[in-house]
Ligand binder design. Structure first.
Ligand code: AMP
Length: 421
């Protein structure tokens, strides 16, 4: 019986890899433009990092982690997200000592034991940025604008940016209490998850997808009305910076990051046509996380973009780049005598930077021409017994159909000249 890939994983087949490379190039280009440097951390970390860095009450930690014990009895976990690992690395390698503001980005696979469906996988890829060190709203705006510009550069339209503030350890407890006061009488009508959230993490009730919970929390107080002066000023300044930069956004009081070390700005970018998995980007400020991981208090902000969802969006909007296998030259030897000369020509062509291939399947000339057309190849270099005897190559320009006997030493020059015409 054939063994298939694990549930919730996807092979990126050759037909799709150029789309991934296209997307990754856009990511790298924009990060260069904004001065974010790449960081690559391991795909597994000590489990403890995620317990501290994401929080034990979250769905990710309580239900979705791939945790295993290695042969040395260590508890390790495949990373479900990358912020905690970036913070770990930032502290371990004292990146804070190199500059006041550290701007990092990453691209890579993440792992969550989630129920697979369109746009939700158990292994998926995120591009994310983290800016560590600045508390001002300008860096929030910079990070948000980077995400928006990337999506625009990919040609995507119909995306919505949602914005909220989740306050800080000073003002959030006040809000938490007024939210609990509002929901106390309604707890029985909430889903079982939200009933547990009521005490542990009541703000998460606001972003529960269960329609009954949405309805019950409909008239709940908004956190932006409870912000302390510092959080409120930060939020107002961020909004005006985004407005100045011409970025459209919608305020969404239900957007929360339910952990203590998430502070102030929370944002999400959605593409509604993706249905239930419409979030393509999620991010926010985490001023308390670096201290939680054992470092000095370091205000920070970041986001993560789900690359599979970007790809789905590109596909839906007809923006995937065309796949081409086009090569410059196909070398077609006829008979065993020609093999050596053909192989040498192939090697020389590649040394010169031409994309080239030849027949490795002992096909006859008809089969080889078919193969050359399939690529398609711009030129076919045919070498038979006569050509070997004369030290020449029959070079066929596949576009014009013209073929010409050329000295083997002059093939590359001839191709170069014709390609430039
Ligand atoms: P999060 O780390 O949960 O804030 O997610 C950030 C982004 O990663 C989301 O907006 C999605 O685009 C993407 N994402 C999260 N979980 C998954 C998943 N299981 N499968 C595919 N993409 C995901």
């Amino acid at each position: 019986m054939l063994i298939t890939g694990p549930r919730g994983t996807k092979d990126i087949l050759p037909g799709m890899s150029s789309s991934w490379q296209y997307m990754e190039k856009k990511v790298r280009d924009i990060c260069r433009l904004y001065g974010f440097k790449e960081i690559r951390t391991p795909v597994f970390e000590h489990t403890e990092l995620f317990l501290r860095g994401i929080g034990e009450t979250t769905d990710i930690v309580s239900k979705e982690m791939y945790t295993f014990t290695d042969r040395g009895e260590r508890s390790l976990t495949l990373r479900p997200e990358n912020t905690a690992a970036v913070v770990r690395s930032y502290l371990e390698h004292k990146l804070y000592a190199e500059s006041l503001l550290t701007k990092l980005f990453y691209i890579g696979p993440m792992f969550r034991y989630d129920r697979p469906q369109a746009g939700r996988y158990r292994q998926f890829h995120q591009f994310g940025v983290e800016a560590l060190g600045s508390k001002g709203p300008a860096i929030d705006a910079e990070v948000i604008i980077l995400a928006v510009q990337l999506l625009k550069d990919l040609g995507l339209t119909d995306l919505n940016l949602y914005l909220n503030s989740v306050g800080c350890p000073e003002c959030r407890p006040v809000y938490r209490e007024s939210l609990q006061d509002y929901l106390r009488e309604k707890t029985e009508k909430l889903c079982t998850d939200c009933q547990t959230r009521f005490d542990r993490n009541p703000m998460r009730i606001l972003d529960c997808k269960n329609p009954q919970c949405t309805e019950e929390s409909q008239g709940a107080p908004h956190i932006v009305d409870c912000l302390c002066p510092e959080c409120s000023t930060h939020f107002e300044q961020l909004k005006s910076l985004l407005t100045v930069a011409g970025i459209d956004f919608t305020l969404n009081p239900r957007l929360v990051r339910g952990l203590d070390y998430y502070t102030k700005t929370a944002f999400e970018i959605q593409y509604a046509a993706l249905g239930s998995q419409s979030a393509v980007c999620g991010g926010g400020r985490y001023d308390g996380l670096v201290a939680e991981c054992g470092g000095q208090s370091t205000p920070s902000i970041g986001f993560a973009i789900g690359l599979e969802r970007i790809l789905l969006t590109l596909e839906k909007q007809g923006l995937l780049p065309e796949v081409t296998n086009k090569i410059d030259v196909f070398v077609a030897p006829i008979g065993t005598e020609a093999q050596g000369m053909a192989f040498k020509l192939l090697c020389d062509l590649r040394k010169q930077g031409f994309t080239a291939d030849m027949d490795f399947m002992d096909r006859n000339i008809k089969g080889q021409m078919k193969q050359a057309n399939k690529y398609p190849a711009s030129f076919v270099a045919i070498i038979g017994d006569d050509e070997v005897a004369q030290g020449k190559v029959m070079l066929k320009n596949m576009q014009s159909g013209v073929q010409e006997l050329v000295d083997s030493s002059a093939v590359q020059m001839k191709i170069q000249v014709e390609m430039e015409d």
